[in-house]
Every structure is written in C-alpha cells, then in structure tokens.
Design a binder for this molecule. Structure first.
Ligand code: ADP
Ligand code: MG
Length: 705
C-alpha cells in the first residue's frame, strides 16, 4: 500500500532525491521532509522576462537568458579534468555550454534536440564565447515560471549533487505538482482557523506555498509570503500569550499584602526627591502584580538615568514590609558595589540590613553573611553572580531584581528561582531599550513596564564627533570642564580578539593624559580588566568621591555607574563600539543638573555602518530610536546575543521588516485568546494543534526565567 503524501513524508521519497541527496539536504539545510522543502523558500527572485539572442552575446558578468535547442553533447577527460560540453543553437547562432562539476547528473538531463532555456554568464575563453555552468530549464518549466525566477540558498555540496538553486526549485515544483495531483487543490491541511483567514483575507496555505515557489507577479508573491509570515508570527504570539496566561494563572506567587511602615517611612522622610510620574506609575503596576498571589515576571525598561534603581528599592521595601527578603543581582562587581553604597545610603535611617556579596567577599565574611541570610536578618542582598552559589540560602526570598539582564543567562536565572519554595517575584531591569518588535517576540510572555520620563532638570547631552586632528582642542575642553569642578571619563574599547593591542592603546592613552594633565594639579584614575577587583574598586571609589578628575577605563564602566558630577564622556575609537554600547556610555554623563558632553573620537574614514552609528548618536538621545537603528544595522540575533536568539529564529518573517505584520498578528492572537483562552472550540482545533507542534519544536526556548 502506498503511504499517503503529507508534509511529514521523508524527503527521500521525492522522485529524483533518494537517500544520498536526502542525507545531504538534512545536513546542509535541515530539510528532512516534504514540508521542510516546501518551507525552504526562495530568498529572492530574478526577473527573467527578457531573452537574449546568441548573436548579441558578449562576455559580461551579468546573467543572460537564451531560448534554443541543444546539439551535440560530449564528455571529455576523466576524473578532475572531466568536463561536459554542449552546443546550444538558436535562430541567430550557436554558443557552447560547459560544465566541470556534476557532469554525470547534468548529462542525464541533457539530450541532443532538447528545446530549453539556459541562464548564465557569458565569458570569453581563448577568443570564443561560452557559458560555464548555465542553469537549464525545459521550455515548459520556464513558461510556468511566469518570468519571476526563484533563487534558493544552497551549498556547494548540494550543488555537486545537482541541488543548486535551480535544482532545489525544480524539486519543490515537482513536489507541489505531485501533492496537488494526489490530494487536490488544498493539498496541505490549513493551519489557521477560518475566522483568522477571513478576518485578514489570507490565501490558503497550499495556495501561498504554490505561489512563493512560482509567482506570476511581485504583488502575488508578496501577498502569499505575507500570509506565511503572518502564520509564523501569529503562532509565536499565541505561544507567548498563552504562556503568559498560564504563568500568571497557575504559578503561585508570594503575596505582598500591604504597603507598610518601612515604605511609608522611606517615602515620608528619606526620599530626597519627588518621584517622576513614570516612576509612580511603574510602582503602582508592580504593586498591583505582587498582591494577587500570582507570580510576577516583569521587565522594567527605562533609559539610562531614568531612575530604575529607586523603583527597585521601593519595591524591595514593600517586600520587607511583608516579611520577605530581596536579592538584587548586578552584572559587574563595580555596579554591585555601587548599588550597595547607594542603597545603603538611602536606607541609613531605616532599621534594615543591606549586605553585599561578590567574588571579593572573604570566606570569613561569607560565613557570617550566610548565617544572617538564612536567619532572615539580612533584608536586601546585593551582589554579582556570586549570589547564585548554592551556599547562598535565604530564609524567605520574595523578590529578585536583576539589573541589566542581558548579561545573565536563562540557566543562571533559574538558579535564583530554586532558592525559595514559592518562586520569588522577578523584576528585570534594563537600560538597553529594546525595540518593540523584539520585546514583543522575546518577552511576549513577560509583562513590560516602561519608565519613559527622565527626572526633571536634566539637560540633554550634547554629542559631537572629533578626529585625532582635534585632540588638542578636546584636551583644552576637558581642562576647562575640570577647572569648573567637573569630572571626565575617557573610555577605550576592549575586544577579546585584540585584547593585548587594546590594552596597549589604553595604557598609551593613559600616559599621554598623565603628561597633559600632570599631578599635583590633576589626578587621574585608571580602571581596566587586568586589575584586581579591589584595585578597580579603589580607583572607582576615588573617582566617585571626586578625588580624581579623569577616569580612564575600558567598558567596565558601561553599565550603571553613577557619578552625577561627571559631565564629559570621551569615547576613543568610537567607530569600534556598537550603538547600544555608545548609548550606555553616554548615559554615564548628564546625570546631574549640569550640561554634559559626549565626544566621539573616531578615525578619519569610518565604515558606512560606523558612520551611521556615529551620526545616529549625534542626532538623538532617545534610546528607543537608537535601538531601532541598531536593530536595522545588526539584525535581531546579533542584537540580543546568542543566548536569546533562539526565540528569534524565524523561518519566514523578519523582525525588522515585518513589524506591522507582527503587531497585527499579536493583536489577532490576543483577540482569539480572549474569546477562547484554551483554544477549545471546534473552530480553534487547528490552532491548538499548530500550537502544540510549535511548543514541541521550541521546547528549548524557555522564556526569560
Ligand atoms: P538608571 O535608570 O539608569 O538605573 P538610576 O536609578 O541610577 O538610573 O538614577 C539616576 C540618578 O537619578 C540617580 O542619581 C538617582 O538617585 C536619581 N533619581 C532617580 N529618580 C529621581 C527623581 N524622581 N528625581 C530626581 N532624581 C532622581
Ligand atoms: Mg541602573
């Protein structure tokens, strides 16, 4: 009995493929089944409406298309020098076609008298024109292509097996025809529900796939591809929104019942400024979440200097008011230390114990600390990833705050969870604005709060580009700022691959600054990766206390460091930094009431992309706008780092280009779930099944915590 064809049929069983090609397809492209091949979509199309004639040919790197007949086919040479040649005739003349690879396979499809269309580059070989490795198509196939010719990604290995772009296209078309012939018009079961199809006037899945593999026009192709994109994004959003529903419904969370005495006392007597409207709103949002008995998993986005720490601190006070401990995790020791100092200072008049745990905490200190933690005597623990160690045991951990989350992996976050019987509420803070498209995809299962307002009185930072030629005037500027009591950062790039050279640059730069700004009038701190943590901390402290005027550093100061008196950020070799890094660095100044400056020192001829980054920095201070440009330049995977890019592995859609489809898919997914949260209705059965499949395939992609 013959198996019925389906998307799950192994690709081996497609005529012309067989076991050997099937193995190569799986290894090279991950194509294992009929369905996989159908979803291996062309990545562009060539317009082949134009035909050339043989008498008009000349050597050129541009592909041309000819229509004619094959005459005389012959194979010469053996082994490596084996080659296949054929004479190709049209009404105007003849040209020879040659192949050096895949001879056997091509010869099988080549016969004298064959009428065909060839497509390739014409070159001059010893005074005679020829076409090497042209693509060959029957006149019939060429007609059905309607002029738009799909181009598929392939590999050298597949090419040797006859599965270069054209071979893949022919296989896909054979398969489509075959399935259509045996299973009818709708040869693939529709995965979207009727309601979804109707409300967005989408073509059926079968029709869409047929079209993208052999479109009649650009418009038709776009409509078909948009349907496939919509489908992909719709299911992804269903998955994320469903997960969020089930998390908030099913996962038990500790209850912060009341806002009590500690919060009240802090608000009344310790808070040195009025909270911004955005800070108040976010505190209310979190407050509402943490009292429900459901688990909170919330991302707090706010541009540099927007006051996220204060929000975190006030939530920690609510936790303490309800008898729960808080753990605040920072990505670097410097930052952890700074949070510790800042928060201890804010809380100095309250009966709360705040402790610090980092890699430099001694064994003796740890013993004392661990005991106090386990007894619940420590209310707020601040630290680096050292807090993840199994020995760190809390009495009642109720809140985990993660600063600058993109530096923590999923597995590390999971370790924190294990430290309490009921999962502690999680607040992830990031100053790296994430474009909306990305946060909807990556954090679709996360609640997001945004602080979109800076504390009053901040002046926007002035940013300018300079080259080495202007160094003298840059130094003069630095001197005037120091003379009116301000402090200055000078930051050097440090990239692992060029660490030694980069280190030398920094030390050279440091020395020339020391010469230009000599003691005793000037004092310079230096912080770099080859220093011991305690030395770094000492240098940093001197700068924070205002004892040094200039801080020379690598990007260790990138995140979080807060010295409001610093007003100048000089970034050396700025063309080597990414946009979000530059934005972070700039965020180190402009934190007090004074006008601040960011000076981007760049080489004379930065690359086109580097230029765009530098120009963007000079044009705007808006982190969200910058993040959109960053996404455009780098693409989503790169932007978020490999850790999270699993979630961004989209087959058809593109988060940069398809933003509006994503928004639409998300709103429809939300609508569908609001009417039928469990997707139980008969109409939604297909959606539920599609979702289950996706869940299985994406088991490794486990959200944020
Ligand atoms: P970030 O969001 O970058 O972490 P911080 O929490 O470090 O920002 O806050 C930046 C600075 O602004 C700190 O010195 C902080 O004390 C101050 N700050 C926070 N909120 C306010 C406010 N509402 N009014 C004035 N200053 C504030
Ligand atoms: Mg911060």
């Amino acid at each position: 009995m013959k198996e019925p064809l389906s998307a799950a049929t192994p690709i081996e069983f497609l005529g012309g493929i067989g076991p050997k090609r099937a193995e190569a397809l799986a290894a090279e492209l991950g194509v294992r089944t009929f369905g996989d091949l159908l979803y291996h979509l062309p990545f562009r199309y060539e317009d082949r409406t134009q035909f050339h004639t043989v008498d008009s040919l000349q050597a050129s790197p541009v592909h041309v298309q000819l229509k004619g007949v094959i005459r005389s086919v012959k194979v010469t040479g053996v082994g490596r020098s084996e080659r296949l040649s054929a004479e190709f005739h049209d009404e105007t003349g003849r040209v020879s076609l040659v192949w050096f690879r895949g001879v056997k396979w091509i010869k099988r499809n080549l016969s004298e008298g064959l009428a065909c269309v060839v497509w390739g580059k014409v070159s001059d070989f010893k005074g005679k024109l020829n076409m090497a490795h042209p693509e060959l198509m029957s006149i019939q196939d060429a007609d059905t292509m309607g002029g738009l010719h799909p181009v598929y990604s392939s590999t050298e290995k597949l090419g040797r097996l006859g599965l270069h772009s054209a071979g893949l296209g022919q296989a896909a078309n054979r398969l489509l025809k075959k399935m259509q012939g045996q299973l009818g018009e709708d040869f693939l079961p529709e995965v979207l529900s009727e309601y979804v199809m109707r409300s967005r006037a989408l073509p059926s899945l079968s029709e869409a796939l047929l079209t993208v593999h052999s479109p009649a026009s650009i418009d038709q192709e776009k409509r078909a591809r948009d349907r496939l994109k919509f489908e992909e994004l719709f299911f992804l959003q269903l998955l994320l929104l469903r997960r969020r529903l089930s998390q908030t419904e099913e996962l038990e969370g500790v209850v912060f019942e009341k806002v009590g005495a500690l919060f009240g006392a802090f608000y009344e007597t310790c808070l040195p400024f009025e909270l911004t409207g955005a800070q108040k709103r976010v505190i209310r949002e979190i407050r509402a979440d943490t009292r429900t008995g459901h688990h909170m998993n919330r991302l707090l986005q706010g541009d540099v200097g927007s006051g996220k720490t204060m929000v975190a601190l006030m939530i920690a006070l609510i936790a303490a008011d309800n008898g729960f401990q808080t753990c605040l995790m920072a990505p670097t020791e410097i930052l952890a230390r700074q949070h510790f100092q800042g928060i201890s200072e804010f809380l100095k008049n309250l009966p709360l114990r705040v402790e610090l745990l980092t890699g430099s905490t001694t064994k003796a200190e740890r013993t004392v600390l661990f005991e106090a933690l386990a007894l619940g005597e420590v209310h707020i623990l601040i630290g680096t990833h050292a807090v993840l160690e199994p020995k760190v045991v809390f009495q009642s951990l109720g809140l985990v705050i993660i600063d600058e989350q993109h530096r923590f992996g999923v597995a590390q976050r999971a370790k924190l969870w294990a430290k309490a019987t009921i999962a502690p509420h999680v607040l992830v803070m990031t100053a790296t604005p994430i474009p909306r498209t990305l946060s909807m995809t990556l954090y679709g299962d996360l609640d997001v709060s945004v602080i979109d307002e800076l504390p009053p009185g901040r002046q926007s930072i002035r940013t300018e580009q300079r080259t080495d030629a202007a160094r003298i005037s840059v130094f003069e500027f630095i001197e005037t700022q120091i003379s009116i009591g301000r402090q200055v950062y000078v930051v050097y790039p440090l990239i692992e691959e060029s660490a030694t050279l980069d280190h030398k640059d920094l030390m050279d730069g440091y020395e020339s600054l020391v010469r230009r700004f000599p003691l005793p009038k000037f004092c310079i701190s230096v912080v770099h990766g080859r220093m011991k943590a305690e030395d770094k901390a000492w240098e940093m402290d001197r700068f924070v206390r205002g004892e040094t005027h200039i801080m020379v550093a690598t990007t260790v100061i990138e995140v979080g460091v807060n010295v409001p008196n610093a007003t100048v950020m000089v970034v050396e070799s700025a063309e080597r930094f990414g946009l979000s890094q530059l934005h972070q660095l700039r965020g180190r100044v402009g934190r007090g009431g004074e006008q601040s400056y960011c000076i981007l020192m760049a080489g004379k001829e930065p690359s086109r992309e580097a230029r765009k980054r530098l120009d963007t920095m000079c044009r705007t201070n808006d982190g969200f706008e910058i993040s959109e440009v960053d996404l455009e330049l780098r693409g989503p995977g790169d932007l978020m780092g490999t850790q999270q890019s699993g979630a961004l592995d989209l087959q058809v859609a593109d988060l940069v280009e398809d933003r509006s489809i994503l928004e639409d898919a998300r709103s429809l997914a939300r609508e569908v779930l609001s009417k039928d949260p469990e997707l139980e209705s008969a109409e939604n059965t297909g959606l539920r099944k599609g979702l289950e499949r996706l869940q299985k395939n994406r088991a490794d992609f486990s959200g944020i915590s």
